[in-house]
Design a protein around this ligand. Structure first.
Ligand SMILES: Cc1ncc(COP(=O)(O)O)c(C=O)c1O
Length: 372
């Protein structure tokens, strides 16, 4: 099997990804924009884009024009929206490849329209309003004027209108209700002014699942489609499964005498003759150089000893005497009934699971299976 050629790799289950999309559609009753920015949250951009469209997503959302470009270059022609900022230089590509752009301010709107007119085309855009994230978007109070401007610009066609929630994963924070209230009042005015675009959207994964009022015409989830909880308090319902496993191999086993320092900086010293394994994973793959990491070998947890190096790290095999060279080692996934999830690693690293998977670097081969 090809997998045996690798010492450090990701296994990604596209069938499970498609089932997660189906589940999201079933729960929300809405079309899904699959948010697959940042190399599809580390899972591999083009393969996930293709699976998303095959799996019933109506459109893919990316953060950068470069991501849209990489998807199109792979011959994937489905609908696409760039959710982040774009430059006027991208207009020829957006026109030629039918990629929609986000418009979040009047100055950019005019520049994009002028450029599209100059090229003899009309760019499809989604207008973004800010209801409380305080990131991209026209303040909602200026939204009507903004939509009027967009309507008057000959080089733009507004297909959608959206906002983004700051705290939907904190299910009880109350902020999402405040943002929803602002958005709803704004939408009433937009409707009244006859400026409502065909698609209104707002909901990331947490909002899609836990705030039904946020679903509007389409939901816009990312993390849930990868089977990862948006937060410790925002846990996915049954029916979603993680789609990625991260594995490596045991590449050395030695008995190290008592009193020996292990790895750079000798941060760990053996207390007795210890059986120490080397595994082929390091911080250059996205395995953070922090204390307390552990992996699974032969269905048992093996603590990492000392500092994580760039390409390797050492693990204790004292409790796994049957470990052998080339044994499969699990960093994310399950083995022998035990599990390590991206969420567990995030907890240990003091971050969010998004950062764990987005931090998996290009060096890791991504191996896909599709049993849907
Ligand atoms: C504008 C926008 N919409 C949707 C999403 C998807 O969010 P999530 O992965 O939490 O579902 C993101 C991700 O951060 C985003 O920036």
């Amino acid at each position: 099997m090809i997998i045996n050629d690798h010492t450090d790799w990701l296994e990604i289950d596209l069938g499970a990804f498609k089932k997660n999309i189906e589940k999201m559609k079933e729960i929300t009753g809405r079309p899904v924009m699959a948010v697959i920015k940042a190399n599809a949250y580390g899972h591999g951009l083009a393969e996930i884009a293709k699976a998303a469209l095959q799996g019933g997503a109506s459109i893919c959302g990316v953060a950068r024009v470069e991501e849209a470009f990489r998807i199109r270059r792979k011959g994937i022609h489905g609908k696409m929206l760039v959710l982040g900022g774009a430059m006027a230089d991208s207009i020829p590509f957006a026109l030629a490849e039918d990629v929609s752009l986000t418009i979040s301010d009047p100055v950019t709107a005019k520049i994009f329209s002028d450029e599209a007119v100059r090229l003899g085309g009309v760019v499809h855009v989604h207008a973004k309003v800010d209801t409380g994230m305080n990131r991209l978007g026209v303040p909602v109070e200026e939204g009507i004027e903004f939509l009027r401007l967009l309507k008057s610009l000959p080089g733009l066609r507004v297909d959608g209108l959206f906002t983004h929630f700051a705290r939907a994963d904190e299910v009880n924070a109350g902020t999402t209700e405040i943002q929803l209230d602002r958005y709803n009042r704004f939408l009433t005015d937009v409707r009244g002014a006859g400026l409502l675009p065909p698609l209104v959207h707002a909901a990331n994964s947490a909002a899609s699942l836990f705030f039904p009022a946020a679903r509007y015409d389409m939901v816009r989830p990312g993390i849930a489609l990868f089977g990862i909880n948006p937060a410790e308090d925002a846990v996915l319902p049954d029916g979603f499964t993680p789609i990625m496993e991260w594995k490596t191999r045991l590449i050395s086993i030695k008995d190290i005498p008592a009193g020996s320092g292990i790895s750079y900086g000798h941060k760990y010293t053996t207390t007795h003759t210890e059986r120490v394994g080397v595994i082929a994973v390091g911080y250059a793959d996205g395995f953070r150089r922090v204390e307390g990491n552990k992996v699974l070998i032969r269905g048992r947890y093996a603590p990492v000893l000392g500092s994580v190096c760039m390409d390797q790290c050492m693990v204790s095999l004292d409790d796994i005497p049957d470990a052998r060279l080339e044994d499969e080692v699990v960093l994310i996934g399950s083995q022998g009934g035990k599990q390590i999830s991206a969420e567990m690693i995030a907890h240990k690293w003091g971050t969010i699971a998004y950062e764990v998977v987005c931090g998996l670097t290009a060096r890791l081969p991504r191996i896909y299976r599709d049993e849907a």
